[in-house]
Design a protein around this ligand. Structure first.
Ligand SMILES: NC(=O)c1ccc[n+]([C@@H]2O[C@H](COP(=O)([O-])OP(=O)(O)OC[C@H]3O[C@@H](n4cnc5c(N)ncnc54)[C@H](OP(=O)(O)O)[C@@H]3O)[C@@H](O)[C@H]2O)c1
Length: 275
C-alpha cells in the first residue's frame, strides 16, 4: 500500500542511534507513514510506528519503501543480513554509513540473498545538525530512477539541505567538508572562547560570546544569499580591528593553508576508511 502524497513513505529504519534518531525526528515531524524502527535500545516511538529489537519481529505484512541503514560500519554486515529479506527490486536501500561504498552494500545484500533481484542503493553522507533539521546531506546513487531520487531528496530535506553527486569518489570530498565540517566550526567556537579568556574575560562571558558569535554568524549566512567572502568584507573596515585579526588569520601559511591541508587530510582518510 503506498502512502498518501503528503506523507513520507513507510520506512524501515535499521539502527536508530545518534544519526538514525536525528533523521527519524525530522521524518516524524514531516509526517511519516506507519514505519518500523529496528534497534536494540531505542525507545519512545508512538503508534502507528513500531519498534522491534530483532528483524524477526518485523511484521510479515510490512513492506518498507525505503530501508535506511544507520548502524556503525562494523555492525553493518550483520544488520544487512538481518534486513535483506525485506528488500525487493522496488525497494530503496539508503545508507548513511560513512565509508560504506555502494558496491560493498550491494555485495552484502547479494551475499545475504544470492537469488534475489537487488534493490536500489543510495549512499549518503549526512551531518549532525540534522538533529535539529539543519543538516547537510549529500547523496550518491548513479543510475537511480528519477522518482526514487525525488523520494530520497524529500526524505533528506526533512532534516535540512540535500544535494547529489554523480561520482561516488566525490563522497570522500563531501565527507571532508560537510560530514566532518561541524567539527571544524566547533573548533572555531572553542578557539574564540580560549582567546576571550586569554584577553582577561571571565570563562562564562567567553563561552557565551563565542557560542553566540558562531551561531549568529551561521544564522546570518543561512539567511543572506551573499557569498561568505562578501559578508566577511562587509564586517572588515580597512585598518580596523577585524582587519587586524584577519591579517593574522589569512596570512598565506595560516588559515587558508591549514584549511586546505585539513580538508585534504580528511578526504584522504575517508578514502582509506572506505570499504
Ligand atoms: N554521528 C554522526 O555524526 C554521523 C555523521 C554521518 C554519518 N554517520 C553514520 O551514521 C551511522 C550510525 O552512527 P551513529 O553515531 O548513529 O551510531 P549509533 O549511535 O551506534 O547507532 C546505531 C544503532 O544501531 C543499533 N544496531 C546496530 N546493529 C543492530 C542490529 N543488528 N539490530 C538492532 N540494532 C542494531 C545499535 O545498537 P547497539 O549499539 O546495541 O549495537 C545502535 O543503537 C554510522 O555508520 C556513521 O558512519 C554518523
Amino acid at each position: 500500500m503506498s502512502a498518501p502524497a503528503d506523507q513520507l513513505p513507510p520506512i524501515l529504519l535499521a539502527g536508530c542511534g545518534k544519526m538514525g534518531g536525528a533523521l527519524l525526528r525530522g521524518w516524524l515531524e514531516d509526517g511519516l507513514a506507519p514505519s518500523v524502527v529496528l534497534d536494540r535500545s531505542f525507545e519512545h516511538l508512538s503508534p502507528p510506528h513500531r519498534i522491534v529489537r530483532h528483524a524477526a519481529d518485523i511484521p510479515s505484512d510490512f513492506t518498507p519503501t525505503v530501508i535506511i541503514l544507520a548502524a556503525k560500519p562494523q555492525k553493518a554486515d550483520a544488520l544487512i543480513a538481518a534486513v535483506a529479506g525485506l528488500a525487493g527490486p522496488q525497494t530503496i536501500v539508503l545508507s548513511v554509513m560513512a565509508g560504506r561504498t555502494i558496491a560493498s552494500l550491494r555485495a552484502a545484500f547479494t551475499a545475504a540473498r544470492p537469488d534475489a533481484a537487488p534493490p536500489a542503493f543510495v549512499r549518503t553522507m549526512p551531518n549532525t545538525p540534522a538533529a535539529i533539521g539543519q543538516g547537510m546531506t549529500v547523496a550518491c546513487a548513479p543510475g537511480l530512477a528519477d522518482a526514487q531520487r525525488a523520494l530520497c531528496t524529500r526524505l533528506l530535506e526533512a532534516v535540512g539541505e540535500a544535494a547529489w553527486v554523480e561520482n561516488e569518489e566525490e563522497v570522500d570530498a563531501v565527507t571532508a567538508v560537510s560530514g566532518s565540517g561541524p567539527g571544524y566550526v566547533f573548533l572555531v567556537a572553542e578557539l574564540l572562547e580560549k582567546g576571550a579568556v586569554e584577553q582577561g574575560l571571565s570563562p562564562e562571558l567567553a563561552r557565551i560570546l563565542a557560542r553566540q558569535t558562531v551561531a549568529g554568524a551561521g544564522a546570518l549566512l543561512a539567511r543572506d544569499p551573499q557569498d561568505a567572502a562578501d559578508l566577511r568584507r562587509q564586517v572588515t573596515s580597512p585598518g580596523g580591528t577585524t582587519q587586524a585579526a584577519l591579517d593574522v588569520l589569512m596570512a598565506p601559511d595560516a588559515l587558508p593553508d591549514a584549511f586546505s591541508r585539513a580538508i585534504a587530510a580528511a578526504r584522504a582518510r575517508a578514502a582509506e576508511l572506505a570499504s
